[in-house]
Design a protein around this ligand. Sequence first.
Ligand code: SAM
Ligand code: DTB
Ligand code: SF4
Length: 335
Amino acid sequence: MTDLKPRTDWTREEIAALYEQTLDGLISQALRVKQVNWPEGKVQKSQLLSIKTGGCAENCGYCSQSAHFDTGLKAEKLMPLEDVVAAAKRARDNGADRFCMGAAWRSLKPRDVPKIANMVSAVKALGLETCVTAGMLEEGQAEALRDAGLDYYNHNLDTSREYYDQVVSTRTYEDRLDTLAKARGAGIKLCTGGILGMGESRADRIGLIHELSRLSPHPESVPINMLVPIEGTPLGQSAPVSVIEMARAIAVCRIVFPKSWVRLSAGRDDMSEEGQALCLLAGANSIFVGDRLLTTDNPAIAQDEALMDAIGLEAASHAEMEAGPASGKTTLIGH
Ligand code: SAM
Ligand code: DTB
Ligand code: SF4
């Protein structure tokens, strides 16, 4: 370990070597990185709200909200501002520090930008960090959202470049990278990660982490989702991924993204307490709280509190969250 900047020049082979070592070797390496960069070891809490549900033009094979599949989900209009604010207040009461507003859109329409901007400003005024995920961005839209107070834009790469067309065919990997560049260009922090359990190989998981590691600077937030299988979608019958594989991917992310929040995202409701504990011990330092994600369930707050107590993990305060990783020290692994 040396004091150097997070690396954006990882090779796939180096990431594969991290991923494929023994689990105790991998986790102990991830823990060293965590201790240097996140000495407080606190867990950041985000809460999601689906502000525009269903009827999406994209055909993401995992998603309950695509208009291409019959998942039984009713499409809804954009939620009124006051309902969003009320939900954000509840999230703050739940101890969340970041509020993530998700819209089932292929891309953000010019007419919706002022509406989303108003939501961002109102949520920011509650003292919460703001995050939006609303599909592809066009020129100038990221700047408008930034000016409204947007901290993060979520836009997941989901899987490797090679496996991408097995998951979605209505857009390309390059489209995804282009929107990430637009958000970054406006000075918005990036939240981007992927999903495990879509029938991809381990090489695809390594490929995803490699693509994410090439983003410079690194995404500030890296969500790792376990597929929540949705009946009626092409991926609804996928074989579940093991929690040990989730822990491996998270530990590799901890090492490769030493200064990013690595989130154990969707899928916790299908995991045992022990499984979640393993992923947190492997280096995840962020979770979604509240009993709903976008359209599926998440563990209840009381359950999460019991889990945190059992492991002895504390929630990060707003100030600690804004301060981010320990300054001055950076960890370089692999040299
Ligand atoms: N439409 C926007 C987009 O695709 O960027 C935002 C909403 S979309 C639901 C946000 C992310 O949630 C997806 O990129 C995907 O990674 C994750 N996601 C969606 N459905 C999921 C599922 N069933 N299981 C796990 N993750 C899922
Ligand atoms: C992310 O990586 N996962 C979140 C958030 N970012 C937008 C969404 C998870 C959605 C899980 C399925 C659902 O609730 O519809
Ligand atoms: Fe639409 Fe996003 Fe769902 Fe894809 S993941 S179908 S873009 S809401």
